[in-house]
Design a protein around this ligand. Structure first.
Ligand code: ZN
Length: 171
């Protein structure tokens, strides 16, 4: 006699999704990097809104701020420090990759994604808008990665107008 034991495996829900908003234009990144971009934009400097409330673990806020610093070339020291307490392991298979040692470790999941993005070059396309009043994190999909603003309509034009005025003042 064969006994079948049915094991119901609950779908592992991504806890990060409770706090971030995927797909906010402009500059949506391809998945899975979009998770990182959406987290970065919870610090919405354009509207001056902090979207991460007191219910969000401080380490998630910490990794967000360290990611922004790293994105702005301030070095990975803070991220490296976080990584020591959020281990990732190698998962071999058709597509070898790094995964969090603990499936519920949000910080380790983010660090693994950043690692993959740095390896495949997509991290280099993640940028902070050069408009100091905006600083929106966007994915630069331009062919030569030369974009400077989150969107030409809302930020590029403002910055160009400012540069134009400054040129006029000097002339
Ligand atoms: Zn912008």
């Amino acid at each position: 006699m064969v006994t079948t034991i049915l094991v119901l495996v609950p779908a592992v829900k991504d806890p990060l999704l409770a706090w971030i908003s995927l797909g906010d234009e402009p500059g949506v990144a391809p998945a899975p990097l979009e998770r990182v971009r959406a987290l970065l934009n919870t610090d919405d400097r354009f509207h001056g809104i902090e979207h991460l409330g007191p219910e969000v673990p401080r380490e998630v806020v910490g990794v967000r701020d360290a990611l922004r610093a790293h994105l702005l070339d301030e070095g990975p020291a803070e991220l490296d420090a976080l990584a020591t307490s959020h281990p990732v392991v190698v998962a071999l298979g058709a597509e070898p990759r790094l995964v969090p040692l603990s499936a519920t470790d949000v910080v380790a999941g983010l660090l693994a994604e950043v690692y993959e993005a740095q390896r495949d070059g997509s991290w280099q396309r993640l940028k902070a808008c050069a408009n100091p009043d905006c600083q929106w994190i966007y994915y630069d999909a331009s062919r030569n990665r030369s974009g400077r603003w989150c969107s030409m309509g809302e930020c590029g034009d403002v910055m160009k107008a400012r540069a134009y005025r400054e040129r006029g003042r000097r002339a």
